[in-house]
Design a protein around this ligand. Structure first.
Ligand code: DGJ
Length: 755
């Protein structure tokens, strides 16, 4: 146990005598303290800032006997513990459940050590709890950042005993909310072509479980939430607690209002069908789970997520800093690639996204050197900066029945390989990108014919196909090596500056017969760890290459994958009208900078809806702009309009991608949707607005802007008209465009003139 005294490293205070810790973020505080003689870590506070001495007083209050009413109907064990090993009188959702070699299935522990450390722009505290009987050491880690209100938690399990330990359930964090009434939960749900749409419910007594059992983050639910008491928060006001799990595989989040009346939100890797054997001396690191508190509404929570991810997540690799890339250099090359090629990893979150062209909706699998060159020439004419060849470029890939796994160029489509096309693209002033789906295989492929045992399967069960493909068992080191080698070779042999990493099906038959009797259930977690290691290795070996996470649309959007990519494909549904809700949900947690949005053809292939080109652009300009239409069929007038809009996008891009986002109005609740982007210095304002069919001849009321300087003048960059900040905040801005146009849109750019 700790001795008398107090220590502080930057933002974390530790009172050794009392056994309390206070984590101070930029404007909030989080506190916990040891209880039951070190056998428990009691949660004390998460919310507004606290004075340094407060946690000790809070612990004294929380540490006493529970009130009589509580004693009579529940147990002291239901008092909020930061992390709850299953055992004793614990009946709420536990954080940790482990099996020991002698048949014991509960865990007891004592606090044994703590470490405070400073790293870059943050501070970490780690607390060790040791099971004296079996040697399991559970480290609870917390990290706070100087400039942000985000707190990141993760857990490390180390087997310090002499027998294997089997982990059956292990959460990354257990977040306790203050005792308030009527908690509203907001979360993201959807499906293929309908991802990241906002849903909400009021939590009553009992549990609500949201999860993915698909092996991926999933289109259906996303591991992000907000909680606000009484459903009182709005976009720009009220207390909000928000969390996001950094994990790209099956996950589970449990929202539980306990019988003692406390609400907790806890979770991590999904325990369904999962077990992880940890051998003596081995360490198992759980993914991180970040969360924040704000008293300024959902918009403030989103802006905090965006800014923090740009500074500390995008392209940064492992959140815990505990796993090393397994492959550091390109296969066959002894020398590491120069780190200068793309700047330090930390810069990646600050890089603007180039305007991209992708040929998928134009050509489907019918790619060819000539066809792609013609599209590239048209793309360059309208100002595209990166040209991406999608599915169909490799051997046997004329449709979705064959080819996955055989990652060599189809010479009937590209007789001299990819080099001539890449050169043409580069000569046109664009960088070149390529699509791949490295975790997959078609039965009709040389890879599957040679290695039918490389896919997940059960010995005497059907291998269920989805899109005619099966999932490679990345838990196998030989398969992971092979996948790394294929993409590494492509990157080493060609001037490829961007990989769109796709994953078009969820898992089924998650078996590994050769491991029967061992621990094949670990594939759920090992697949994702292996994917991360491959991406980390490729990024270390090819630092000039950028990546996009795609999963049949937006099925792999989470903070874990965001550490390995620069951008995320939001949805295969590129209908501008549908995209408004999908993008609005996506921006709850992810910055516009990482939200890939394409302008595609009209009528839309998915919905059949016809939308004006300008409308489609204005919706896509709310994120990282891409063009995905068949440019060979765009008229000269459309090409000219597209070129003009791409030019405008490049002007507003820094504000849209890296400014602060204010969701001013949302359809269908409001007569139009409107987003405002404000540069960090407050000098530049961009408003994008979209509306649907007009109704009963009603007009559109002015849109009230946010966060402007009331005493400053703002000038419309297009027509010079000037407004007072106060006027824009209170009276609002009348959006250009007729009040009767169906599916109309507007883009307004304001420049602050003076105060
Ligand atoms: C699904 C992706 O979301 C699409 O953009 C496209 O890349 C296809 N896969 C290609 O098979």
């Amino acid at each position: 146990m700790a001795t008398e005294g107090a220590t502080a490293v930057a933002d974390i205070w530790h009172d050794q005598g009392a056994g309390t810790w206070l984590l101070q973020t930029r404007s909030t505080a989080y506190a916990f303290g040891l209880a039951d003689g070190g056998a428990a870590l009691r949660h004390l506070h998460w919310g507004p800032g606290l004075p340094a001495g407060a946690p000790t007083a809070l612990l004294a209050e929380a540490g006493g006997e529970p009130p009589r009413w509580e004693r009579s109907r529940s147990s002291a064990r239901e008092r909020p513990d930061e992390y709850v090993p299953w055992g004793g009188l614990r009946y709420d959702e536990p954080s940790l459940k482990a099996d020991y070699a002698d048949g014991t299935r509960s865990t007891e522990w004592r606090f044994t050590a703590q470490r405070l450390s400073r790293h870059g722009a943050g501070t970490t505290v780690e607390l060790d709890f040791t099971d004296p009987a079996y040697g399991l050491v559970t480290t609870l880690a917390y990290r706070v950042y100087d400039e942000f209100d985000v707190i990141e938690r993760w857990v490390v399990l180390r087997n310090g005993g002499e027998e294997p330990i089997v982990i059956r359930q292990a959460h990354s964090a257990n977040w306790w909310l203050p005792d308030r009434a009527g908690w509203r939960l907001r979360y993201l749900h959807g499906g293929w072509g309908a991802e990241t749409r906002l849903a909400q419910t009021t939590l009553g007594p009992g549990k609500l479980v949201l999860e993915s059992r698909r092996g991926t983050t999933s289109h259906q639910l996303n591991p992000w939430f907000t909680l606000d008491p009484g459903g009182r928060a709005t976009e720009e006001s009220g207390e909000v607690w928000s969390g996001a799990l950094a994990w790209s595989g099956s996950w589970k989040l449990v929202y539980e209002l306990t019988s003692a009346g406390h609400l907790h939100a806890c979770g991590g890797c999904n325990d369904f069908d999962w077990a992880q054997r940890v051998l003596p001396g081995e360490t198992f690191v759980l993914p991180s789970f970040a969360a924040l508190y704000t008293d300024a509404g959902f918009g403030a929570a989103s802006r905090e997520w965006h800014a923090w991810a740009r500074a500390h997540v995008i392209g940064r690799g492992d959140r815990t800093g505990l796993t090393e890339p397994r492959w550091r250099t390109a296969v066959g090359s002894a020398a590491p690639a120069p780190a200068s090629a793309a700047g330090a990893p930390g810069d990646r979150g600050q890089r603007l996204r180039p305007v991209l062209y992708n040929s998928w909706e134009a050509t489907s699998f019918a790619v060819s050197q000539g066809g792609q060159e013609r599209l590239a020439e048209r793309a360059a004419r309208i100002g595209v900066e990166r040209f991406v060849v999608d599915d169909g470029w490799f051997r046997g890939r004329d449709n979705d029945h064959a080819g996955l796994g055989d990652w060599t160029v189809d010479e009937s489509k590209f007789p001299l390989g990819l080099a001539p096309l890449i050169k043409r693209v580069n000569d046109l002033g664009m960088s070149f990108g390529l699509w791949a789906e490295p975790e997959m295989v078609n039965r009709d492929s040389d890879l599957y014919r040679a290695h039918p045992d490389w896919v997940y399967h059960f010995a005497r069960r059907t291998r269920t196909e989805h899109r005619n493909q099966l999932v490679l068992n990345l838990a196998r080191p030989d398969v992971a090596d092979w996948v790394f080698g294929q993409i590494d070779r492509l990157l080493a042999e060609n001037n490829i500056e961007f990989i769109k990493w796709d994953m078009n099906r969820p898992f089924s038959e998650p078996g590994w017969p050769a491991e029967a009797g061992g621990n094949p259930e670990r594939i759920w977690v090992e697949h994702v760890r292996s994917l991360y290691a491959i991406l980390d290795g490729l990024r270390a070996a090819h630092p000039g290459v950028e990546f996009e996470s795609c999963c049949g649309g937006g099925g792999r959007a989470d903070l874990g994958i965001l550490g390995r990519v620069e951008q995320i494909w939001t949805s295969d549904n590129t209908d501008g009208w549908d995209r408004i809700a999908i993008q609005e949900g996506f921006t709850q947690v992810f910055a516009p900078q990482v939200m890939m949005a394409w302008v595609t053809d009209s009528p839309n292939w998915w919905t059949g809806r016809r939308l004006p080109l300008r409308f489609r652009f204005h919706v896509a300009m709310a994120g990282a702009l891409g063009i995905g239409g068949d440019l060979s069929r765009w008229t000269e007038r459309e090409m000219a309009e597209a070129a003009e809009l791409v030019t405008v996008y490049k002007v507003i891009r820094p504000v849209v991608q890296q400014g602060r986002l204010y969701r001013l109005a949302s359809v269908p609740a409001d007569p139009y949707g409107a987003h405002q982007y404000l540069s960090d210095d407050g000098a530049q304002v961009v408003i994008l607005s979209w509306w649907g069919p007009s109704s009963c001849g009603g007009g559109r009321p002015p849109v009230r802007l946010a966060a402007l300087d009331r005493g400053a003048r703002y000038a419309d960059a297009d027509n010079g008209q000037q407004y007072w900040g106060a006027e824009l905040l209170h009276e609002g801005l009348t959006l250009p465009g007729s009040s009767h146009d169906d599916f109309g849109s507007a883009l307004v750019r304001l420049i602050r003139r003076s105060s």
